[in-house]
Write a new protein. Structure first.
Length: 407
């Protein structure tokens, strides 16, 4: 079963090449200043791109162009990028690699800047991995970086160069703004977007807020009842008579999932946390010569709260339907669970307390209208007798998980 699921995952991922990313209405402006309407392959770039693919029509072949020949491009109601030669500071903000110099170390580069707010002044964003820089331009001036830099002080503390606040106060002032307002602005997308909008509003200027156009539902809460098919075997290295196969049992479980959709790459990636109740009960009788009555009875009563923490990848089939795959690491908290060995007359022979280890799970599912979902999930072996040196166990579960998103 595990090999079959892995094969299916590989097949689904290969389908990913053409099912997820669509060509959407947009435009580009070349070095000749002509605006060409086209269809752009919108991959919802996490990092600012240096190239993109486009089609002149739905049936034409796709072409790839680079920053060297394109001055500007955009996807309707989604994003806009402009080419600019800027001085950019790429100083690391990693604590182990902080510079001793508080001043930015600029280098000239040609980049595509993402437009966040277009108004009396324009706010741009540049992202490259962990590097995030903001730029601005105000009426017929040059594009400048808003300066913010962490550095190491002579006393070996972390200092901050917040010159961007001075830039805002001098270049983007308004009679209604007070210094306290500027001092409360942080070097974050949301704070800067808010400030640039208020600046344009103060001067009664028209605003295009691309941040608002890209607003998405990035959090989902889903109830997830399920049918579990679980099996358990235990082995003792000191007594073969205690080796027990409890067989396969069908039971029910219930989970509540919090899904955090990552805000890039067309909402294709998400992190999911899903506290889930599950249980397994079984009885096994076996004939044993050295037990009174000749019958050994083994009873398992195992219940727990699982905490899967997983990475999810969506493959969009249409606007209303999508396939998803999961990979999860499961923390398990068992509660008053044990395996009991008794004689036929009811007297107790042995009691083993269940203490579990974490395990992994993979799943494949389908979601409709961002509301209803169905998933098949396989869990790898979970050791449930971790505190016992002479015992081994195999606990495996295959689940059919139903989902209904509350919001």
């Amino acid at each position: 079963m595990k090999k079959q699921l892995l094969f299916f995952l590989a097949t689904i991922l290969s389908f990913n090449c053409y099912s997820q990313i669509s060509f959407e209405k947009g435009y580009y402006i070349g070095d000749d200043n002509q605006k060409i309407d086209c269809l752009i392959k919108n991959i919802d770039w996490k990092n600012n791109p240096t190239e993109f693919e486009y089609k002149l029509s739905g049936n034409s072949e796709s072409k790839k162009v680079t920053i060297k020949s394109i001055k500007e491009f955009g996807v309707d109601n989604s994003s806009k990028y402009v080419r600019s030669t800027v001085n950019i500071d790429r100083s690391s903000e990693s604590v182990n690699n902080l510079s001793d110099d508080k001043n930015p170390i600029f280098q000239e580069e040609e980049v595509f800047l993402k437009v966040l707010v277009d108004g009396k002044a324009t706010l741009y964003e540049y992202v490259d991995g962990n590097l995030k820089r903001y730029f601005y331009i105000k009426e017929n001036s040059n594009v400048e970086q808003l300066i913010y830099k962490k550095y190491r002080t002579p006393e070996n503390y972390i200092g901050e160069n917040n010159k961007f606040r001075q830039q805002l106060w001098i270049d983007l002032n308004c009679p209604n703004f007070k210094m306290s307002k500027i001092e409360n602005v942080e070097y974050t997308r949301n704070d800067l977007v808010r400030f640039f909008i208020e600046y344009s509003e103060c001067h009664n200027d028209e605003i295009i807020n691309f941040q608002l156009q890209q607003k998405r539902d990035l959090f989902n809460m889903t109830i997830r009842p399920r049918i579990n098919s679980s099996s358990l075997t235990i082995q003792s290295s000191t007594s073969d008579s205690r080796d027990t196969d409890f067989g396969n049992k069908v039971g029910v479980g219930f989970g509540l999932e919090a899904e955090f959709v990552l805000p890039f790459n067309k909402n294709k990636w998400a992190i999911a946390i899903e506290p889930t109740y599950q249980s397994f009960k079984s009885e096994k009788r076996s004939n044993v010569n050295n037990v009174s009555g000749g019958v050994l009875i083994a009873n398992v009563d195992y219940s727990s709260i699982e905490f899967p923490v997983g990475l999810r990848h969506y493959l969009f089939l249409s606007n209303n339907s999508k396939v998803f795959i999961n990979a999860s690491y499961i923390f398990d908290l068992s509660s008053k669970s044990s395996i009991e060995f008794t004689r036929n007359d009811g007297s107790n022979l042995d009691s083993i307390e269940i203490e579990t280890r974490s395990n992994l799970a993979i799943g494949i599912g389908y979601k409709q209208n961002d509301r209803y979902s169905l998933e098949v999930r396989y869990q790898t072996n979970r050791e449930i007798l971790r505190n016992y040196l002479f015992w081994n166990s195999e606990y495996k579960t295959l689940s059919i998980v139903f989902g209904y998103s509350l919001f």
